[in-house]
Design a protein around this ligand. Structure first.
Ligand SMILES: C[S@@+](CC[C@H](N)C(=O)[O-])C[C@H]1O[C@@H](n2cnc3c(N)ncnc32)[C@H](O)[C@@H]1O
Length: 335
């Protein structure tokens, strides 16, 4: 598998044509979301170049325990995780929503140390994030064989079926899975499972239920980085779709529901106002204190991790946790 690869490649599945359709889809989603009674914008639009940069800042915010907890999981269990991954021979390590892959690097270094036969395939919708990651990987781990894919998770998995057959270990880290509601999560896991075969593995990072205040602070930090990340959605609509949001007239608001185990983020209009978004051909009315729902971040228990695995054709092979038991990385094998 290694022989026919150069050390570093990028495949961009977002052709100029699909760029146009991506903008059209963004406009259609904004139109639909802002026309509803309960307004909403999808969290998939957080990550333009600026959104990716802001997310990197969030990962260093002291209140955002998710990154440091998963970092702790990988540092503590790196040898076992790497050994498990490599236990059944050559593989492609596919990192879905890789971002800056800071935590993945711990595993990459360990795999290289163990002389595992693998290549690394980061996948991300953000071309900026992938370009930066490739540059960093080339410098930090020049011996790594890596092939980045810019595109949506499922376009990338279709592409991989054709271009990179063979055993695969999939990563879905950072509690990205928490951004799906239970129905979306089910559909995501079923689709992922349909691209996997016997011997493949899936490692999923899950933020665990804990003291509500700790969770709340992570999504509403004192320095306002999470707020800036959320409000960047409005800036992005202004930049890409010709919107005229006066962003200062909106604010970030975060709320945790401990019964449903879900953190919800909103953008609140602080006054009556109207906003035109040229690409949608529409003007939207906002009442004072009306909310736009922008993100769900579901929290997990280990029992739930097992149940959702069983429901979607996976069995839990091993669970890795940090010292505070804030976070779990669940290694699934296909059943
Ligand atoms: C919360 S960050 C996690 C980054 C990294 N995995 C980590 O754990 O630190 C989510 C990443 O997923 C990417 N992403 C979001 N939706 C995506 C999609 N539908 N297809 C591919 N990548 C996506 C974003 O661009 C972003 O880099």
């Amino acid at each position: 598998m290694k022989d026919n690869l150069t050390t570093l490649q990028i495949t961009d599945l977002s052709t100029p044509e699909s760029g146009t359709s991506a903008r059209a889809r963004f406009a259609a989603d904004v139109k639909k979301g802002l026309s509803q009674h309960d307004k909403q914008l999808s969290s998939r639009y957080f990550y333009d170049g600026e959104g990716s940069r802001l997310f990197q800042k969030i990962m260093h915010v002291p209140e955002y325990y998710l990154t440091s907890s998963e970092h702790d999981v990988f540092t503590t269990h790196r040898q076992t995780i790497a050994r498990q991954m490599a236990s059944q021979g050559d593989f492609h390590l596919i990192d879905l929503g890789a971002g800056d892959a800071t935590k993945t690097r711990i595993i990459l270094e360990e795999l290289l140390e163990q002389n595992a036969a693998f290549d690394y395939v980061p996948v991300d919708i953000s071309g900026d994030a992938m370009a930066e990651l490739c540059e960093n990987l080339q410098q930090a781990l020049p011996e790594l064989h890596s092939h980045a894919v810019v595109g949506d998770y499922f376009d990338a998995l279709d592409w991989l079926d054709e271009h990179k057959p063979g055993r695969r270990v999939l990563l879905f880290l950072g509690s990205n899975i928490g951004n799906f509601n239970p129905e979306e999560r089910q559909s995501f896991l079923q689709k992922v499972r349909s691209h996997m075969r016997s011997g493949d593995m899936l490692l999923v990072g899950m933020d665990l239920c804990k003291e509500p205040e700790t969770i709340l602070r992570a999504y509403d930090d004192a320095a306002g980085v999470t707020a800036a990340f959320n409000l960047n959605l409005l800036h992005r609509i202004n930049r890409e779709l010709g919107g005229n949001f006066i962003v200062e007239q909106f604010k970030h608001f975060a709320l945790y529901n401990p019964q449903k185990g879900v953190m919800k983020s909103f953008i609140i209009s602080q006054q009556d106002q109207e906003v035109t978004v040229q690409a949608t051909g529409q003007t939207f009315q906002f009442k004072a204190w009306e909310a736009i729902h922008t993100e769900n971040s579901y929290k997990f228990t280990l029992a739930l991790a097992e149940t959702i695995g069983q429901e979607n054709g996976f069995e839990v092979k091993q669970v890795f946790q940090d010292k505070n038991q804030y976070f779990a990385d669940v290694l699934y094998a296909v059943t």
